[in-house]
Design a protein around this ligand. Sequence first.
Ligand code: ACO
Length: 325
Amino acid sequence: MSVIRTVVAGVGSYLPARVVTNDDMSKIVDTTDEWIVERTGIHQRHIAAEGEMTSHLALAAAREAIADAGIDVQEIDTIILATTTPDYTFPATATTVQAELGLHHGAAFDVQAVCSGFVYALTIADTFVKTGQSKVALVIGAETFSRLLDWTDRTTCVLFGDGAGAVVVRGETGEGTNADRGILTAHLHSDGRYKDKLYVDGGPSSTQSTGHVRMEGREVFRHAVVNIAEAINESLEATGLKADDIDWFVPHQANKRILDGTARRIGLPPEKVVMTVGEQGNTSAASVPLALDKAVKDGRIKKNDLVLLEAMGGGFTWGSLLFRF
Ligand code: ACO
């Protein structure tokens, strides 16, 4: 049976030039390299320069993905940008990217699902492509998360970084089997009962200010391992595939301990896990496409490999997506 599959045609990424090490962090808050590495696996993070905004990061990643896909930019009819740190409250940062790319047609909008944003955005793009709403979509995860940090709170400020990743996806005809290239299945979840476990204490409607990240780290950790494993099992059950079939696991990069725990739970060996949290920290919606781009560029992920994405973030929101590259 012939079906439309949403195929990843190009990948790109961008990291701000400035690197902040754990030793640098220890000059800002009462922390040590040893504590951060042991609890999180993070060694350093990239932080955007003054005046460098989310749209700048997004645009750089998008340009790379468009070049990698080898398409004419005018073929793009949809831009979906996942971010928690838009340039402005409105308009959507996606429209700034659209204008900078010289596009005046199609639709551009932001998606807000915090760290799960890219998995949400890619799932929306898949639905658009499969229903004929879109032929070629640009999906971006971009964050200047450092702007939301309380730089006096050592329990949160050491965890996050800035960056952007992007993919170009397009509809291609498949056979309707797991051997098809493209997105095979996707599963999204949220549960607003936990919204106060990880949130930003400001916003236009509540405080008329931006606010800072607040988090109950242990609670987030506990839910993350369980929710992520459940969402992954959903993807496997929906396709009838097994953990052994997965070539690469490209998870949201929150914390090395969460990733190790998740991989163990679903029975994936560590060498199949793409890990960037050590060099980049948690870049929220940017972390999955940044990790994907790295593993494609360094030759690990090859055409036809089966790739599993997952993410979990504030809300809580979480989800998984399985695709053949
Ligand atoms: N440096 C030194 N000490 C610290 C630091 C720091 N940066 N941060 C906290 N501590 C101290 C605490 O004050 C506490 O001290 P106390 O015992 O004297 O009170 C001690 O270390 C232990 O603190 P815990 O919060 O219990 O430490 P824990 O082992 O839970 O690790 C961490 C904290 C790393 C935040 C962990 O809970 C975690 O990773 N949680 C997941 C959160 C996460 O990844 N969030 C990202 C967003 S959500 C997502 O992306 C999935």
